[in-house]
Write a protein that binds this ligand. Structure first.
Ligand code: SF4
Length: 364
């Protein structure tokens, strides 16, 4: 059952330097109990997208729809939104120290979250629920640690406490924004395991925002790859990893360690993400794309179905059959490029080839 359906969401911010087009017509849906991974480099619009759903982008020009459980989040008043945040949609941020107040005990902060949404819950009941939640997320000796301050918790424990807080009101949807980026690999794996286990236990939907395809591989059911404020590829986790179509997705796969891409060494994606004020013409990825063709310079590719399964969509002019990482697919790409590369795009391709590898961006 669809829990959240976002249609043609656009968010821009007027600034002294021009209009920042942070999100440009993004559509997606999330079903109850499923996980959507949203992947992209910094500045791809993934955080603005989800903050907009929670009414956390004041000053932004917003259009589109975000139907959550039958109601449009984008037209709610601040009072209506306050009832949604935490109770229906919870957020886990990258750095728990910026979310946990340093002067209040961890348990007290969870209790306040519970009591802010239901004043009938007594302090004693709220404490019992806080201990139970800390137990559930694996905090040892929870009945004592409930009285600790955030600085007495390790980084992994603070992130667990944030997850406990997110779960405290049994939300239908959790948005986790780079929740494991600040943690070492072992703790990251534990936190992802925990999120998966609790998601199944509570049948919660999860949106996982990350720049790390390794995290997506661990946890996502569906994946949306974002670039310059747009969705450039959407597919099941399997198709993203084994049948990618968009050159940006391919670049992401080749720039992470232990990817399935057939490559001897990591290959950074040439160049850097574009300014969201002055976007490149045509396909916004063209100044970095080794497959750039003439039409890419001035036509904007739509997100269309590729391959045989309609659920796999990509915004790229390469043939729809050019999916995957093998040699045959590479031949299809090269053939398409040779047919539609003339002086203008050849010049762009030369610049990309001549760019120093060290100036590229590796996502790992
Ligand atoms: Fe590359 Fe052109 Fe596809 Fe854009 S549309 S990703 S520039 S091949």
């Amino acid at each position: 059952m669809t829990l959240l359906e976002v249609k043609d969401l656009a968010v821009s911010f007027p600034t002294a330097d021009g209009v920042v087009k942070a999100v440009r017509g993004v559509s997606f849906s999330v079903d109850a109990g499923r996980t959507l991974g949203i992947v992209g480099e910094s500045g791809s619009g993934k955080t603005v997208l989800t903050q907009t759903l929670l009414g956390l982008t004041p000053g932004g020009d917003i259009s589109g729809q975000a139907i959550f459980d039958g109601a449009n989040l984008l037209t709610m008043t601040e009072d209506q939104m306050r009832n949604i945040r935490g109770a229906q949609i919870a957020v886990i941020f990258q750095d728990p120290l910026t979310s946990l107040h340093p002067l209040y005990k961890v348990g007290w902060q969870i209790e306040e979250m519970i009591r802010a949404h239901d004043r009938k819950v007594s302090r004693k009941e709220a404490t019992e629920r806080a201990i139970d939640l800390l137990n559930k997320v694996g905090i040892p000796q929870a009945s004592q640690r409930v009285n600790d301050y955030p600085h007495q918790f390790s980084g992994g424990m603070r992130q667990r406490a944030m997850i406990a807080m997110a779960l405290s009101l049994s939300p239908k949807l959790i948005i986790a924004d780079e929740p494991t980026t600040a943690l070492d690999a072992t703790v990251q794996a534990q936190i992802l395991d925990l999120l998966l286990r609790l998601q199944h236990e509570f049948d919660t939907a999860l949106i996982m925002i990350t720049h790390d395809l390794g995290v997506v591989a661990d946890i996502a059911d569906e994946v949306m790859v974002m670039y310059a404020g747009r969705a450039v590829e959407k597919a099941s986790k399997h198709d993203i990893f084994y049948q990618p179509h968009h050159p940006y997705t391919k670049g992401l796969l080749e720039s992470i360690p232990n990817s399935s891409a057939v490559t001897d060494r990591l290959k950074p994606i040439s160049g850097q993400p574009p300014s969201l004020i002055r976007l490149p013409s045509g396909c916004a990825f063209h100044p970095r794309c080794t497959y750039v063709m003439d039409r890419c310079l001035d036509e904007v590719p739509e997100l269309v179905a590729v391959g045989s399964a309609g659920a796999h969509r990509s915004a790229c002019f390469l043939p729809v059959s050019a999916i995957g990482l093998g040699g045959d697919t590479e031949e299809l790409r090269k053939k398409a490029v040779s047919e539609d590369r003339h002086a203008a795009s050849a010049e762009v391709a030369e610049k990309i080839a001549a760019a120093p590898e060290s100036e590229g961006s590796a996502i790992a």
